[in-house]
Design a protein around this ligand. Structure first.
Ligand SMILES: [Zn+2]
Ligand SMILES: [Zn+2]
Length: 314
């Protein structure tokens, strides 16, 4: 029997490299695989393996005082779901590109948005509405993920990577939200711990974040609440739904047919993902992204082109 655990905590770590060595050794000894990021701001990991080994991992990790109160979320899965064990030190736990802006203390990120439980999200929306004020939902993920699912009427920033958020926030595009209640959300909550603090620093006055992110919200309300569509996930499934009632919001880039399935650009080494219907995903010419198409027109003999006509689900 195997399982995965997911966890993060924002807490000051004075010697991230020592934590990295310890965590790497611990995982190797227990036969775990996965991905762990360590920074002066804390730790974020997903590891999988035999249940007994994972339990041992949790116990030993919690034995280190800064991690004693960290929550571990258990999930189906195994070591084989990960290509290898990767334990790295980075300046930031979430790569917004502004480590100097984020202050972390014993209680977490300083100046972040108020945490809301799923029911409190609904309470807030109703309470504000009774005062004639609409709550804005602000998507803290990469824009692509919102193509298949998002909170109803959510604001979706134009972001390809996490680093794009700073330019988006500083562009003035969202300044009309600065005196409105804003609920930030992301997959599991970790990004919004930082994003909500970055927004408050920039003058967004009333910022909230959903504790546990879309995942926790979906466990509570499924498709019966304010969420709409499917959830993009970072494993081989790519997308998941909370119930059979989930709407299909995504559209094939060729024909606009409804779909929730992302496929990789057909060229080797390109990781661009786009939505395709069953029919168009089998046509190689349509599953090459614009960048690769342009490159191919420059160099028709490009050995990466086509990658043997492989059209794979990433
Ligand atoms: Zn199509
Ligand atoms: Zn491409």
């Amino acid at each position: 029997m195997s399982r995965i655990v997911l966890y993060y905590t924002f807490i000051p770590l004075s010697d991230p490299e020592a934590v990295r060595l310890w965590q790497h050794t611990l995982c190797r000894e227990l036969g775990l695989r996965g991905r762990i990021l360590i920074s002066p701001q804390g730790i974020n990991g997903t590891v999988g393996g035999e249940i007994k080994a994972v339990k041992q991992y949790v116990k030993q990790t919690r034995a280190y005082a800064p991690f004693a109160d960290m929550a571990f979320k258990w999930s189906e899965g195994a070591a084989e779901d990960f290509p290898r064990l990767s334990v790295k030190v980075r300046p930031e736990l979430v790569a917004f590109g502004v480590p100097e802006e984020i202050e972390v203390d014993e209680r977490g990120v300083v100046g972040g948005g108020e945490h809301l439980q799923p029911q409190q999200v609904h309470d807030l929306v109703e309470h504000k509405r009774s005062q004639g004020v609409e709550v804005a939902f602000f998507d803290g993920r990469n824009a692509m993920e919102a193509q298949i699912g998002r909170f109803k009427n959510a604001v979706v920033p134009e972001t390809e990577t996490t680093r794009d958020f700073i330019a988006e926030l500083d562009s003035g595009k969202y300044d009309h939200l600065k005196d409105q209640p804003v609920v930030t959300y992301c997959t599991g909550g970790i990004r919004c711990e930082v994003l909500s603090a970055l927004m408050r620093r920039r003058g967004f006055e009333e910022v909230y974040q959903i504790d546990g992110g879309i995942v926790r919200y979906g466990e509570t309300f499924g498709d019966q609440g304010l969420w709409e569509g499917e959830l993009y996930v970072f494993d081989s499934r790519m997308n998941t739904r909370f119930s059979e009632q989930a709407k299909t919001l995504g559209e094939c880039v060729c024909c606009s047919a409804p779909t929730s399935t992302f496929y990789n650009c057909m060229d080797r080494g390109c990781s661009t993902l786009k939505l395709y219907c069953e029919e168009h995903r089998h046509i190689p010419e349509t599953t090459r992204c614009e960048n690769c198409q342009a490159r191919l027109e420059q160099d028709p003999d490009d050995p990466n082109a086509g990658a043997l006509g492989k059209v794979r689900r990433a």
